[in-house]
Design a protein around this ligand. Sequence first.
Ligand code: TMP
Length: 245
Amino acid sequence: MHNKYKLIYEGKAKKVFNYGDVDKVRIEFKDDATAFNALKKEKFEGKGKLNCLISARIFEILIKNNIPTHFIELANENTMIAKKIKVIPLEIVLRNTAYGSLCKQTTIKPGTFLSKPLIDIYLKNDELNDPLLTKDRIELMNILSSDDLDYIINLTLKINVILKSFFKNIQLQLVDFKLEFGYDFRNNILLGDEISPDNCRLWDLNQKNDTIVSLDKDRFRNDLGGLIEAYSEIHKRINDFLEPS
Ligand code: TMP
């Protein structure tokens, strides 16, 4: 089908199109899942729609809590209208519980609760395999001012407080998540990208023992199966909580 909107960027999980006004874009969520810098790739029918609907809900919650985000509205089930931003090529990861790469690169045991959130910043660069950065390296690359970096880090900590408590309401442990930010045409910093089980680790708290039940992209990363079922469960819990029948 011919798309009347001009494609301006295609990433691993989303396509971005120009939209009407020059300061807006249409973001279409794809059904593709990738892991380990796309070494692993698979299509899951319905994933794009679920991530788009989940992200829209989460952005609405953040906006209500005065977090500046790019989200404007849903255009349809797998497309959102957002403010156009110039994406800052940094991936800001916040960890509440140790898991994933933190445990592969350190001696910290998986599942260890961190007494304060850990922020890890990676370069968004597939060719370089998204390396972990230091504050000094970020400064050397001249990607953003140190004030803007501090602002982004503080915003991430605030977002964590909001999201951790929201997910707890729906019996989910927010283990970690990855955020991306960008500048709008007025040079304001906005939260961009998506907030979904693709970029958050969410563990089911409805477990009698200590077994870890991942309701996120680890189902694909770690070959656990049941990805769509897990994402549907997250979507259902969010909707049931926000619109109780
Ligand atoms: P990590 O433990 O693999 O570093 O992942 C930390 C969090 O960041 C986890 O919630 C998954 C998310 N993430 C992304 O969204 N994109 C990525 O490319 C990577 C590596 C992690």
